[in-house]
Design a protein around this ligand. Structure first.
Ligand code: F6R
Length: 598
């Protein structure tokens, strides 16, 4: 989705352009099609440069890095309202060019507001909702001559979930508003900045103020003031040191963030286990789950796949029924039957996914269901609005495909299920070592396999029981970074239709535990007797090995460790196929790291 950044310095800064371009680069992981920067001089001259293209292209064409000024705004746009075009790129100017602003999120009544504002005589240059925000503020500013008052009044015009930054040429300050999309403030030496994303701030400072929905702020180079957007009441909130590090925003010698994040999984799991040992959060969390009427596990994409695995862990370890639901389906499927004592465990890396936030909004409005969460980004909407949350302790995940956060979601589900079962049923401490061994032992064969599978455009991943969600995740990762058509399915379901696809050599990747080998080998036989190519990922097991064309052995013995270990070769397969096809796995086309739209 879009990303925004704004910064105010004490005096004209010759490096403003370079800092804005650096911020733009650190927002790229959200996915984007246009880039824009506005630099404002001490005298209030607004220099606006923007266009469609990658940061380096727009920088090369318009010299963004050389821009100078005392304050600056940056925006990366992922098109929703209006085609990718220079006129729709952000930031935007108001009619007479003294206000400049940029947004992140969606203003859903853009079309009617554009008509209304045009009728009122506004000059609207494009179709983008960010431009509508600037005009909404302008029309109230023209009336009130007071920017905070105009910002408060504009809230009444704008429907949707958004955050924006806006600045007037005559005032050396930036205003920022949070109404449903992420926003963080950074307080540094000689500057204050704001951004939709932590990485762009962490490059400059780790003193962070988290902004909540319904708040706006004014900041100059040496101070900031926070207000309630409805009442205008000032809010006191001091900066805190962010636990996320700027190292996570660097590749550290790896070719891509994706492979860096795959390889750092043993360390991230160890950090999570350390956190769980030290903190009192886990008992509090499990207590809330025990009291749940019904338990729903809610997430989108990869996080939903973790919920699928989590439901098996809860069932098998703690005898607890947990219903996994894609966040986007939760309200439609279960909304009318939710009860106040139901618990929704919302799982999200970003903590900003709109499908998840919609569920929170629905439950809050009706006082139904209590939201708990697993979340990676601290200070995110989900972390602030859930009753209780457990952090994934992964540091920032930059690559668009989720890898280390998925693994830590699995480990967290396992730890919670183990605690619900009274503890001691699973050896959690062994997991970092077994991931390390899995990386070392499977990577060479997976690299070869990736080459062999490069010409194939279509295959299946099948799981059974505990590995059900891993099959879905393997397929999603491959679709996402290889642009292959892949499906994940429950292996018993394959014979009910999809088996018809199989032709000699058609690849089907099975993921199995040893305990399920008998059942899975029967499913394998259904494919192999039609001369499909069976690739099995499982701990060593003679039956499975015998019927598979290729066998990727996982160095694990514990049944509950298999989903975690099996994830690693599937991540590696997607990565090496992506690179083999010349795709940049960190920035797959069409998608974005944080999906803040419906
Ligand atoms: C896939 C991927 C997405 C996200 C999904 C939810 O690799 O990253 O499927 O898992 O968009 O995002 P979060 O977890 O931030 O809610």
């Amino acid at each position: 989705m879009c990303g925004i950044f704004g910064i105010v310095f004490q005096k004209e800064h010759e490096d403003l352009g370079r800092i804005m371009v650096q911020a733009a680069y650190s927002l790229t992981y959200r996915g984007y099609d246009s880039v824009g920067c506005a630099a404002i001089s001490t005298e209030g001259r607004i220099d606006l440069r923007k266009d469609i293209g990658r940061v380096e292209e727009v920088d090369g064409k318009y010299g963004l890095s050389g821009m100078r000024g005392i304050r600056g705004l940056v925006q990366l746009r992922w098109a929703t309202f209006g085609v990718p075009a220079q006129r729709n790129s952000q930031p935007h100017l108001d009619c007479d060019g003294d206000l400049v602003g940029a947004h992140n999120g969606n203003v859903i009544n853009t079309i009617s507001l554009r008509e209304q504002f045009s009728e009122e005589g506004h000059t609207i240059r494009g179709e983008n909702d960010g431009e509508i925000i600037v005009h909404a503020v302008e029309r109230h500013f023209d009336r009130l001559s007071d920017l905070p008052g105009a910002i408060m009044a504009a809230v009444g015009d704008l429907k949707g979930d958004y955050a924006y930054v806006i600045s007037h040429q005559a005032e050396n300050a930036i205003y920022a508003v949070k109404m449903g999309s992420s926003l963080y403030l950074g307080v540094g030496e000689g500057f204050v900045c704001v951004s939709s994303d932590l990485p762009s701030i962490l490059e400059l400072t780790s003193n962070i103020v988290t902004i909540r929905d319904g708040e706006f702020l004014r900041f100059s180079w040496d101070q900031y003031q926070l207000f309630d957007i409805h009442s205008g009441q000032p809010i006191e909130r001091r900066p805190e040191r962010s636990p996320h590090t700027k190292e996570s925003a660097h590749k550290g010698g790896h070719a891509h963030f994706m492979i860096k994040e795959i390889r750092e999984q043993p360390e991230k799991v160890a950090n999570l286990l350390h956190f769980l040992e030290e903190s009192a959060e886990l008992p509090r969390f499990t207590e809330a789950l025990r009291k749940a009427g019904r338990l729903f596990l809610v997430g989108s994409g990869t996080s939903y796949h973790a919920c699928l695995v989590g439901s098996y862990y809860f069932n098998k370890l703690a005898g607890l029924a947990a219903i996994p639901v894609p966040a986007g389906a939760m309200v439609e499927q279960y909304g009318d039957s939710l009860r106040p004592d139901d618990v929704l465990l919302c799982v999200s890396q970003s903590g900003e996914t709109k499908d998840v936030i919609n569920v929170l909004n629905y439950c809050e409005r009706r006082r139904l269901g209590q939201a708990l969460a697993f979340v990676n980004v601290l200070g995110s909407t989900l972390s602030m609005r859930s009753r209780n949350f457990l952090p994934l302790v992964c540091d920032l995940e930059i690559s668009v495909p989720a890898t280390k956060t998925f693994t830590n979601q699995l480990v967290l589900f396992l730890a919670v299920a183990n605690a619900l079962a009274g503890g001691g049923k699973v050896n959690l401490q062994a997991i970092p070592g077994l991931i390390e061994d899995t990386l070392a032992q499977t990577e060479p064969r997976i690299r070869q396999l990736a080459q062999e599978l490069l010409p194939v455009n279509d295959f299946y991943f099948l799981g059974y029981g505990l590995t059900h969600g891993i099959a879905y995740e393997g397929a999603l990762k491959t679709k996402e970074v290889v642009y292959n058509h892949c499906e994940g399915a429950y292996s018993s379901e394959f014979k009910h239709g999809p088996l018809a696809i199989v032709y000699p050599g058609y690849p089907v990747i099975f993921i199995s535990t040893v305990e399920d080998a008998e059942m899975v080998s029967s499913h394998i036989n259904e494919v192999s007797c039609r001369r499909g190519r069976v690739i099995t990922v499982a701990p060593p097991q003679p039956l499975l090995e015998k019927y598979s064309s290729d066998f990727i052995a996982l160095p694990v013995e514990d049944y509950f460790h298999v989903p975690i270990a099996a994830t690693i070769p599937l991540q590696l397969l997607a990565y090496y196929m992506s690179v083999g096809r010349g795709i940049d796995p960190d920035f797959p086309r069409n998608i974005s790291k944080t999906l803040t739209v419906d």
